[in-house]
Design a protein. Structure first.
Length: 117
């Protein structure tokens, strides 16, 4: 098991600080309340119940103690990622701020002329 792995599991217990999950691979982990969903959670029982099937992602794994920290939130946020959009720019040329520096004096003169009128 490693960080980033995704598993299916069943909620086996709920406490005010999080939910315990029995993973299909035979291990048990904890979903901290902050990892259930983005935003404030007033009552964890409004979102999860014992016996619920959940998809989770490993966010931390302690090999020494065999403790697994899980997250539902990271999977939800992953679904909402925007695809890369094409930008109409010359960023592929790797010229940095050179175009700005080259035109700065002209833009300053144009701005001052505009304010004079």
């Amino acid at each position: 098991m490693k960080i980033g792995d995704k598993f299916h599991g069943t909620i086996t217990g709920i406490k005010p600080y999080g939910a315990f999950v029995a993973l299909d691979n035979g291990t048990t982990g904890l979903i901290h309340i902050s990892e259930i969903k983005t935003g404030y959670i007033d009552n964890i029982h409004d979102i999860l119940a014992v016996g619920d099937r959940v998809d989770v992602q490993v966010v931390d794994y302690d090999e020494f103690n065999q403790k697994v920290s899980l997250s539902i939130r990271t999977l939800e946020e992953e679904k909402h990622q925007l695809s890369h959009r094409h930008r109409f720019s010359n960023s592929r040329l790797k010229i940095g701020f050179k175009p700005l520096a080259a035109n700065l004096d002209t833009w300053i003169k144009e701005g001052l002329e505009h304010f004079k009128h």
